[in-house]
Design a protein around this ligand. Structure first.
Ligand code: ADP
Ligand code: MG
Length: 256
């Protein structure tokens, strides 16, 4: 990175929100996260890219404590991630997660999918939760589907509901783990558009994706992971046009 690019990056960065310090994790003999040191700043959009099996999902899952780490610390807004109990449920609310598979509750309506968390975890009144859920469903373009069940919606619509459901908890950061990889091509854009809007509104986001258009439009920074380590880190412009490592060159050669 040139000095000028570093200055541009620095100027965009807010205060630290998620800090990973010396994070190491093993699955048995597999060293799946290798000495990850990263600071994600408030309002920053970080795209994580890398070959299958490089540890991208594990990294996301560690940030909302779906996975434990054996070494190092992860803090959210200055506080270490809680280990269990009520604090853990609160953490999951503060760290919104959207998965590849939409994970909606099949036997609840779209509206109920969005209001369940705010009512149960945040203690919101039903009226209040309904009102906010409708606003969010409108915002992601599926307001008119509120009374339907997930199976009645397209994949793209379901994924937009999943985003609204996470936003209903007023998260401090949103994690997206390949949110468009299970979608038919014609539905990818409608989901990415919602994510671009979210980024423009200042949401802090960590996005695992191979969608280069999204990365170029919305990302402040790209992390390239291979074999559990962050091997390259750069602006999207620089990363895509001028990858430094052989691993990154090889990977981009395959997907571009
Ligand atoms: P990515 O999301 O980059 O494809 P993952 O984080 O899913 O990578 O996986 C990283 C590595 O960890 C892979 O080799 C995967 O097989 C392994 N792995 C993931 N989850 C588990 C698990 N629960 N137990 C054992 N190995 C796992
Ligand atoms: Mg993955």
């Amino acid at each position: 990175m040139t000095v000028q690019q570093q200055e541009t990056l620095a100027a965009r960065q807010g205060e630290p929100l998620v800090v990973l310090d010396g994070v190491n994790k093993w699955f048995g003999d597999l060293h799946v996260l290798q000495d990850i040191n990263q600071t994600i700043h408030r309002g920053e959009v970080v795209v994580v890219i890398g070959p299958s099996g490089s540890g991208k999902s594990t990294l996301c899952r560690a940030i909302n404590r779906l996975e434990t780490i054996q070494e190092g610390t992860i803090t959210l807004d200055g506080k270490p991630l809680p280990q269990e109990g009520k604090e853990l449920a609160a953490l999951r609310a503060e760290v919104g997660m959207v998965f590849q598979s939409f994970n909606l509750f099949a036997h609840k309506t779209i509206l109920e999918n969005v209001t369940l968390g705010p009512i149960k975890v945040r203690g919101q009144k039903k009226d209040e939760a309904d009102k906010r859920a409708k606003e969010l469903l409108d915002r992601v373009g599926v307001g008119h589907q509120a009374a339907k069940y997930p199976a009645q919606l397209s994949g793209g619509q379901q994924q937009r509901v999943a985003i609204a459901r996470a936003l209903a908890m007023n998260p401090k950061v949103m994690l997206f783990d390949e949110p468009t990889s299970a979608l038919d091509p014609e539905m990818i854009k409608e989901v990415l558009d919602v994510m671009v809007d979210l980024a423009k509104q200042g949401m802090t986001m960590v996005v695992v994706t191979h969608e280069m258009g999204f990365a170029r439009t919305a990302a402040d920074r790209v992390l390239f992971m291979a074999d559990g380590a962050v091997v390259e880190e750069n602006t999207p412009e620089e990363f895509f046009t001028n990858p430094q490592s052989d691993r990154a060159k090889d990977f981009l050669g395959k997907i571009l």
